[in-house]
Design a protein around this ligand. Structure first.
Ligand code: URA
Length: 191
């Protein structure tokens, strides 16, 4: 895949039928935000609200994520948000390894076109695929690793924080680390 820009890639992705997830979707959730963002957040896959609207992280988990963005003094227009898979898995099950592998070509192309300096993996599914196949969120959250010149961190998925509120202070610490690193690296987060 070699698209000239994100809109071209979006058009390809909206027509995708490469895996079975396409058959249950209402909308493809391609990703939203600043196409020149220096920081990307990657979740797992669309849920019900995302499938209905075509936008990532617009349900309960998304509203919690917005609170962390507020605490970091960044807005959605400053960053880019997408998911490992762009179509909703039935009953919000984990996307299978095959579905992730097929869909990864779109994410890789998004990263190639956006060229972020930092990628934050929200939850195990993204962190295991993009950082380390054995990634354990409870052990490795908040750790910085560099891959191909991009700084990466895995942290808690906001849906898991809704289920386990006791993890929220640790998640806030991670988000404050991200805020500090953004300042240290002079990463552009305002348009
Ligand atoms: N959970 C995700 O991983 N992604 C979304 O877009 C919404 C919920």
């Amino acid at each position: 895949m070699n698209c000239g820009n994100l809109n071209e890639l979006r058009r390809l992705c909206l027509d995708c039928r490469l895996c079975e997830l396409h058959s249950g979707r209402t909308n493809v959730v391609f990703g939203t935000g600043n196409p020149h963002a220096e920081i990307m957040f990657i979740g797992e896959g669309p849920g019900e609200q995302e499938d209905i609207t075509g936008e990532p992280f617009v349900g309960r988990a998304g509203r919690l994520l917005d609170k962390y963005f507020y605490a970091m003094d960044i807005g959605r227009e400053d960053i880019y948000i997408s998911n490992m898979v762009k179509c909703r898995p039935p009953q919000n099950r984990d996307p299978s390894p095959e579905e992730q592998d097929i869909c990864l070509q779109y994410l890789r192309e998004q990263v190639r076109l956006i060229k972020p300096k930092m990628i934050i993996c929200l939850g195990r599914i993204a962190a295991q695929k993009l950082i380390d196949p054995g990634f354990k969120v409870t052990k490795q959250h908040g750790e910085w690793v560099e891959k191909n010149g991009v700084l990466m961190m895995g942290t808690f998925h906001p849906a898991s924080l809704l289920r386990n509120p006791a993890q929220k202070p640790a998640a806030l610490e991670d988000f404050m680390k991200i805020r500090d690193k953004i300042a240290e690296m002079k990463i552009k987060v305002k348009k």
